[in-house]
Design a protein around this ligand. Structure first.
Ligand code: ADP
Length: 238
């Protein structure tokens, strides 16, 4: 279980996340939606201290995530960004085995076995010796997801994982994310794809002006939102 209490983050005196609290069950899929600049990405990045929160607490399975234990907490959290951030000088398989060997101390044979298994699941086994520059955006994003999964995270954080992809590559990445839902991993996904959010999420968290304005199951949020702000947003995006 993840308990976020009173999280605040400002940049140069301007609040990006304002006193946000949310409790998320293990295995839950949380879709974070809302207008651009509303604080979705900052909130997500605060969860693994990629942005250091100014105040508030994050507790994962009874343990507070603080500066002193951040590397331990990060082992449990995989993050996938809009841009793929693969190491350009490493092949696909080298990208995937790097952290399990370096951070988890896995031996190469075990790391390779795990990597190949995961690549197989996202239909990328043929590309294990390719360099990122020779892959399509959708292929790179699937490798980025596998690289995060190779650490066996408890939590996956996805920050607009399809927004820099050509439309025909979006589906293949969404399929991979969908296949992870309810497999024991808790998922937070910031997305502007409302139909995907509706399909995958257990709960939708609507962010605007740095605050959570509404939290609801997807059917309720998309078809019967209770706040004016959410109604306005949904009118614009639909
Ligand atoms: P969203 O993900 O909903 O589009 P963000 O979390 O990216 O929103 O941004 C929330 C606010 O914080 C915006 O006003 C944005 O300009 C500001 N912000 C985000 N990251 C930074 C940063 N590193 N430095 C300064 N301002 C930032």
């Amino acid at each position: 279980m993840i308990i976020i209490k009173n999280l605040c983050k400002s940049f140069n005196g301007t609040a990006a996340v304002k006193d946000v609290s949310l409790t998320v069950e293990t295995n839950e899929v949380i879709a974070i939606v809302g207008p651009s600049g509303g604080g979705k990405s900052t909130f997500l990045r605060c969860l693994n201290h990629m942005e250091e929160p100014d105040s508030g607490t994050i507790e994962i399975d009874g343990e507070l995530v603080i500066k002193n234990n951040i590397s331990r907490a990060r082992k449990n959290m995989g993050m996938v960004f809009q841009h793929f951030n693969l190491f350009p000088h490493m092949t696909v398989i080298e990208n995937i085995i790097y952290a399990p060997m370096k951070v988890l101390g896995m031996n190469k044979m075990d790391a390779l076995r795990r990597a190949k298994n995961l690549l197989d699941k996202v239909h990328m086994q043929k590309h294990e010796k390719a360099y990122p520059a020779n892959l399509s955006g959708g292929q790179k994003q699937r490798v980025a997801i596998v690289r995060a999964l190779a650490m066996r995270p408890k939590i996956m954080l996805f920050d607009e994982p399809t927004s820099s992809l050509d439309p025909e590559m979006v589906k293949e990445v969404l399929e991979v994310i969908k296949s992870l839902a309810h497999t024991g991993i808790t998922i937070f996904i910031v997305t502007h794809l409302m139909s995907f959010a509706e399909e995958i999420a257990d709960r939708v968290v609507f962010f605007a002006n740095g605050k959570i304005v509404e939290v609801a199951p997807p059917k309720k949020f998309f078809h019967n939102p209770k706040t004016m702000r959410a109604k306005e947003f949904l009118d614009k995006v639909s």
